[in-house]
Every structure is written in C-alpha cells, then in structure tokens.
Write a protein that binds this ligand. Structure first.
Ligand code: ACM
Length: 636
C-alpha cells in the first residue's frame, strides 16, 4: 500500500523564471519518515538555477527531479512537507503536466508515492472539455472512412450476415480473415460472413475487375444479394471490411444502420499513404496491444504503421549484435543506468520486442495490407543508446554541453565518429532483414542547435569539410546514413529536420512534415516525398480541448476533434504540389498516454479523422456523419 501522497500546484507568472511549482508531500502511512529524498517525474520542469523554498537541493535529468528536504526534516504519520520551486522551463497547461509519479528513498529503500493531478489557480482550472456532438447520418450505413460514392436507395432490415458460398478458396479465405478481424474487435457481435446456411444471409459474389485500381473496390447491392468487384486483393479486402462494418452497424444499432437492399458503393483511397505512428519508447505497449492497434488500422483502412522503437526513454527493438540495448537500454528507474521518466517512477519500467515478436507483428500487419515502417531515431533522442554504450560518445566532449528540448544532456550520436556508422550499419542491417518496408525511418528530429560543438572530434570534422554548424554536421550524418540504407536496398524516411543544414538529395527521400502545417508545402516544393502530419492537427497526444482537466500536451496547441477532422492536408499547396503529396499520418506520442484508458481518450475519435482525411476526397467528408458514426469506432 502506498503510504505517501503528493499534491502539486502550478502558479503561473509572466516570466517562466518566476513560475512556481508547489509540492506537498503527506505521510499517509503509519511510520515516521526521516533522512529521505523525494524523486518525481514532471513535464513542468525545474530550470537550472531554480530557487527552492523549504528544500535543500534539487537535481534534474529531463523530467526526473530529485529533491533533498531541509536538514533534519522528518514527517510523522499524517504530517505534510510543503516546498516550492520557483523557475520552470515550461508552463503547465493541463492537469497531467505536473508530477506523474514519485518515490522516496530512505535508508536505501524505495517507497512509492501516489501523485494527485497538478492543480492551478481558478482562472486556469476552467475551460472546455473534449466533446463530440451526437451527429447525424443521412444514409443508414456504418462505414468509416466514408467511401467516395455511395448510392443506396433501400435497405433490408431482415439481414444478419453475408453468405460466402459461391466463391473461390482465396475469396473465402479473405472473408474468413475479415471475420477474424471483426471477431477480435467485436466479440459481442455476430461475424459478418458465413460460409453455409440461409437464415438472414445476403449472398455475396466476387469479381476481379481490371479497370479498378489494386486498392479500389465496387459493391453492388440488389434484392438477390451483394457483388464485390475489386482491382486486386487489397481492394477486395477493403470491400470486405466495408461489408463487415455494414453488418456490425446493423447489429449494434439497428435503429440507425441497415444492410443495403439496392445500390452501389464505388471507392478507392485518396492517398497511397494513410499512416499511424506509435511511440513505444516513452511508454511500452506489449505485442497484444500492437496487434489490436493494427486491427484498428485495418478497420480504418489505414495502410502504414510507423513504429517509433527507440528514443531517449528506452530502446525497444532487439538487436542481436547489441543485446544490451534491450537489457539496460530498455529499462529505467531506481537502480538502472537511466533514471525514471514519465510514469511508474518507483519501480523498474521496461519492455522490448524480440525479433520473433516483430516478425509475427509484421506478418499480421501484412495480412491486412499494412506496411510496418520501423523508426530508429538518430542522431538525436539517443540517451538510451548512449547510456548503454557510453563509448559511442566523444570522450573528450564537455558533459552537459547541450540539452535537447526535452531536457536530455548530450543525447545525440556523434557524426564525427566512425563507430557511429559501424553501429548504424549493423543495426540497420538487422532492421532491413526484419521489416519488408521499402523505407527505414531514421528520425532526424530535434537535434539541439548546440549539439557536438563541444566535441573535439566534431570540431575537426567541421574544419575538414567546411561545415558551419550543428545542422550542417547533421546533414553530413544524413548523407552517410542514406548511403548505408541504400546499400541495404532501403530508402530513407525521416522527420522534416532531415531537410535542415542543406538537407540531402531529395530523390527517394520521404519526410514527415510535423513542425507546422506550412512545412508540408515547403518540403513538397523542395522535391521530397512528403507525409502531412502537423503537430497542430494530427498529433494525437495534443489535448482535445483547452480546459485544464483535459489530459494531454499542448505545445503544438489544442486539437479539437472537429478541427482535426476538418483539417485539409493539402492546404497551401499548388495544384502540382497537391498531386505530389503522398499522404497523411496520425502520430501517437506517449509521454502522457501511460495506460490504455488515457490512450483511448486521447486517440479517439481523432485517429479515424486522420484515416478519413487519407481516404475520402474532401467533398465527400461530413463532420456530422463522422460524429454520429464515432459511437461505434473500436478502441484499444
Ligand atoms: C517529433 O515530434 N519530434 C517528430
């Protein structure tokens, strides 16, 4: 049982150096506490040189803080120690921005502390909450994303499922696969396809139609049954998924949704890339959760899963040549090389995927036409790697000579060391072997502008090559990484900063435009392949309303469900640019998403909004319809 409670209060100020975090630690146990330190993790961070009130000392690594109380302080049962930190690196805007998890160390023993949400003065503690209106459907069909053309005149209230009897073995197998998907997502509902019987069944026939694109399909409904024509197996699977949705809607909400009796649905996706990114470094999600998320992507007809496998907070992919990466590098907390961050501070937090697990996950994704794009985030965001193998840093570099935006000191792999490229060559060779995707995502984001400037090796390289600054060093690194990937038969994908410092030859390079909506246009103009994923609209860890009680971050702003739905990814592009845009992506960052209830609150319904932006032409979108359908969207 947790014997300690932590309350916290944010006191804003015009200047961050005056903003305060006030903390009250209460002993709710039955024994006196003395000679202790308090550790807590908080996204509202103490700035260097912060002023302490009623505390003796503070140290910090990124979000991890350790506070020493005034000399001789002890807490009897029921007593509270209050202290304050004046001077923060960033303002708090929501209730989860303060201490998330904490522990005490006393006599060498770690004791858990239960954290209450951050509170703020009344003026902040108001505001809107996430809200989705009841919405309205014009047609009684549950389909998401909405198809390009739906012309359905009448419905059949008597139907229960589709009958797949006169079909090839391959088409029956595909229907059975979609049955499996529907049964995993909705075990409470009947399966959409049966292979024998008559009662309440709508006969379904299949047809290959070469005039349709490989991912296009056409459904024709008549009193005799339904016919699915498709350009290829992907289009057939999408058509079957739409039929499964129709059946699920009719079962779950028969007053609103029905099976069509007469009509046509003609459909193909707007963009070839309809992605979802998931950060498993900040918080690990086990293979079952990944499989379920893939099932959700299949339901939403999304076709790329970007797996953010490494970051400062943990390396999650087994690399046979560097086994310590998923031992020491996947672990943080008391007694580990990496201190606690984010949630679960008092115990060792760990998790990693074996290569066998990865193969199973990749195969599952492929069976639903989803490509898995692996991300190994370098050269920045590499604390887990550098803590595991400190010899990859220039030993003569000044410690703490730069900090990332998340507060990690010296967290970028050094572009001036050959060891860096030998390491990456080995890692990428294993990655290339595991993931059939044509691209490997190498990160490239958020390298601090002072990185490597205190590394003698980097300085020498800058002199030799006439490189002016950190970003030009980074561009040199990117060129080398791109060559490594080329040698492995892979193309480079990265975040938009890959284009900085002069960038690299855009031929075959795919970049994710995340920092601002305008970056999509800028990168298209520079000739890169571009995925639109602006933090302001498609980062699903941004709060869904401005209110303090709403969980989530807001450094990129608040992304309300309707605003996320209404965002048009080609905004600002010329006609040629519109044609060049490859697609859209939702990004699920997990600093705040420390359990699945929070995940669901944050991710839905916006994930489906991005799916619809990727699939449905803007003129066929309808917020009220989407809002109504959202009641039946499956979640994790
Ligand atoms: C990012 O959000 N750092 C890509």
């Amino acid at each position: 049982m947790t014997g300690f409670a932590l309350d916290s209060y944010f006191r804003p100020a015009d200047r961050l150096q005056d903003a305060r975090l006030e903390i009250a630690l209460t002993n709710t146990g039955s024994e006196e506490l003395s000679s202790f330190t308090l550790a807590y993790t908080s996204l509202a961070r103490a700035r260097p040189g912060a002023r302490l009130e009623n505390a003796a000392a503070i140290t910090r690594v990124a979000n991890f803080h350790e506070v020493t109380p005034p000399d001789g302080l002890s807490l009897r049962p029921g007593e509270t120690w209050s202290f304050a930190i004046q001077g923060l690196t960033n303002a708090a805007r929501h209730r989860l921005d303060g201490p998330k998890s904490a522990y005490l160390t006393a006599s060498g023993t770690v004791r858990d502390v239960l954290c209450n949400d951050l509170e703020a003065p009344g003026i902040l503690d108001t505001g809107e909450r996430k809200s989705v209106p009841p919405g309205q459907v014009d047609l009684p069909l549950y389909i998401v994303p909405w198809p390009q053309t739906v012309a359905v005149d009448s419905c059949r209230p008597d139907a229960r499922a589709f009958l797949v009897e006169t079909a090839s073995a391959q088409d029956k197998a595909a229907a059975n696969k979609i049955n499996g998907l529907a049964r995993r997502l909705f075990p409470e509902a009947p399966a959409p396809f049966r292979f024998s019987g008559t009662h309440g069944l709508v006969p379904l026939t299949f047809q290959q139609e070469n005039t349709l694109p490989a991912d296009g399909y056409q459904l024709t409904f008549s009193p005799d049954g339904a016919a699915l024509a498709s350009g290829g197996t992907t289009g057939r699977d999408y058509g079957l998924t739409v039929l499964a949705q129709i059946a699920y809607g009719a079962h779950s909400d028969p007053d609103t949704y029905r099976f069509p009796a007469q009509g046509v649905i003609e459909d193909q996706p707007r963009f070839s890339w309809r992605g979802t990114h998931l950060d498993v470094s900040r918080h690990f999600r086990g293979p079952n959760d990944i499989i379920r998320l893939l099932d959700i992507l299949a339901w939403a007809r999304m076709n790329v899963f970007q797996w953010h496998l490494t970051d400062d907070e943990g390396w999650r992919l087994e690399i046979k040549a560097y086994p310590e990466l998923t031992i020491s590098g996947a672990r943080r907390g008391p007694g580990c090389r990496q201190v606690a961050q984010l949630g679960f501070a008092s115990s060792v937090y760990q998790g990693a995927y074996s290569q066998d697990m990865v193969r199973e996950i990749v195969a599952h994704a492929a069976s639903f036409n989803i490509d898995v794009l692996p991300e190994i985030d370098v050269p920045g965001h590499s604390t887990a790697l550098l803590k595991t193998y400190p010899h990859f840093a220039d030993q003569a570099e000044t410690p703490d000579s730069y900090q990332s935006v998340q507060g990690y000191p010296n967290n970028a792999l050094n572009p001036a060391m050959e060891e860096t490229y030998t390491f990456l060559e080995t890692v990428f060779a294993e990655v290339a072997d595991l993931f059939p995707c044509a691209y490997v995502h190498i990160g490239g984001d958020e390298v601090d502008a002072h990185s490597w400037l205190a590394s003698p090796k980097a300085r020498r390289l800058m002199e030799e090559r006439g490189l002016q600054d950190t970003m030009e060093l980074q561009a040199y690194f990117m060129g080398r990484v791109r060559d490594i990937l080329k040698g492995l038969g892979k193309k480079l994908a990265g975040w938009d900063e890959v284009s900085h410092g002069g960038g690299i030859d855009p031929e075959g390079v795919l970049l994710m435009a995340w920092q601002k909506p305008e970056v999509t246009r800028d990168l298209v103009d520079q000739g890169y392949e571009v995925i639109c994923t602006p933090g302001q609209h498609y980062y699903l860890d941004m709060a869904q309303a401005s209110g303090w009680q709403e969980p989530g971050a807001s450094w990129a702003g608040v992304s309300m469900p309707q605003a996320a739905y209404d965002y048009e990814p080609s905004t600002g592009l010329s006609n040629a640019g519109k044609g060049a845009l490859k697609g859209v992506q939702a990004c699920i960052w997990c600093e705040h998403l420390i359990d699945n209830r929070l995940f669901n609150h944050m991710v839905f319904p916006r994930l489906y909004a991005v799916a619809e932006a990727g699939w449905t032409e803007p003129r066929h979108k309808d917020w009220q319809r989407f809002a109504a359908l959202s009641a039946l969207f499956p979640e994790l």
